[in-house]
Design a protein around this ligand. Structure first.
Ligand code: ZN
Length: 339
């Protein structure tokens, strides 16, 4: 036993002396001292020795272990010194590791673009509460309680609120709020999140972005509305677009107008994206209803105005060529990193 121990120590010392790198040294350490190393295996056999020989053998084995550990430590220091690069060899001009860097969400990027375009046309950019009083979300916009038009907006109601609170279904309530503190002439846009209680699919989300617009002044006409929105679409998509207008009912405007744009993908010939019609529905809008003007404290005999609501998500999808609205809110980096 003692003889075997001595053999192991001699062999190990020789191997340690031959190790020239830290990895090699680590391998030697594993070979002799690791869990299945030669020394532990030998120690395991201690129990088979006659009882009177055990204490001495145990002590020798321990000494052997300490000897080897010391030898490894010494060699380690030696190897380390040799492997370390002298300071003057470090190339300080070598570029460092690049830090991972985030960026803005595609909707935020696109929204900034939209704001910039309206800003350049003289619009003021406003914000409003996402949890809204029904008074602003419905009543003052000419959608009284029990009016069938309320069913158009599948609404999230806030349970247990003392006042009638809802998650705003559109950004239109900010029109009325803005006019409480302003006198015409007024040109505002209100970009922000809105909420609808509806099932989600490739083109519907329960939460999305709208951008409301309102212009009130003397002598504002439908042609001003059409001209402004055509200009906006051309600026957004950086090309000449054709538009067409269709009558549509919205309780807060009279007349109500939907604006379609010639399909960006097929140029009007018809394709799956535009359901073969050649047109894409872009904006809901209209001339502000006289009742709503009155609710804003504006005399409809003197002033007129137009309002519009842009679907930011839809515009963003067209702009970047995204085909599923749910991707925007998935948080999937494979999607987000493309912008
Ligand atoms: Zn098309």
């Amino acid at each position: 036993m003692i003889e075997k121990l001595k053999n192991i120590v001699d062999k190990a010392k020789a191997d340690i002396g031959k190790a020239h790198t830290r990895e090699e040294l680590l391998q030697v350490q594993q070979r002799y001292l690791g869990r299945k190393g030669e020394l532990p295996i030998l120690l395991h056999k201690l129990s088979s020795l006659p009882e009177r020989e055990r204490p001495e053998a145990g002590q020798k084995a321990n000494e052997a272990k300490q000897t080897l550990l010391r030898a490894i430590e010494e060699q380690h220091a030696l190897v380390g010194e040799k492997n370390e690069k002298p300071a003057e060899e470090i190339d300080v001009t070598w570029p460092g590791d690049e830090m991972p860097r985030g960026h803005l969400h595609p909707i935020t990027q696109f929204l900034r673009r939209v704001k910039g375009i309206f800003y350049s046309m003289g619009f003021e950019i406003l914000d409003g509460p996402e949890v809204e009083l029904q008074k602003y979300n419905f009543d003052l916009l000419n959608i009284p309680k029990d009016h069938p038009a309320r069913d158009v907006w599948d609404t999230f109601f806030v349970r247990g609120s003392k006042e009638d609170l809802v998650l705003r279904t559109h950004t239109s309530p900010v029109q009325v709020r803005a006019m409480e503190k302003r006198k015409p002439p007024v040109r505002i846009i209100v970009p922000g999140r809105v909420f609808r209680h509806e099932a989600t699919d490739a083109s519907h989300e329960a939460e999305f972005y709208q951008c409301e617009g309102l212009v009130v002044d003397k002598g504002i006409r439908v042609t001003d509305l059409i001209g402004t929105l055509k200009m906006f679409l051309q600026e957004t998509f950086e090309k000449k677009v054709r538009i067409r207008v269709r009558p549509e009912f919205y309780p807060f405007v009279e007349p109500g107008i939907d604006i379609d744009m010639s399909c960006l993908l097929c140029g009007g010939k018809g394709c799956p994206a535009c359901k073969q019609s050649g047109w894409m529905e872009m904006v809901g809008s209209g001339m502000v209803h006289p009742k709503v003007l009155k609710n804003m404290g504006v005399d409809p005999q003197v002033y007129s105005g137009f309002a519009f609501g842009l679907g930011i998500d839809r515009l963003m999808m067209l702009y970047y060529g995204v085909d599923d609205v749910r991707l925007s809110y998935s948080g999937d980096l494979r999607f987000l990193e493309q912008f």
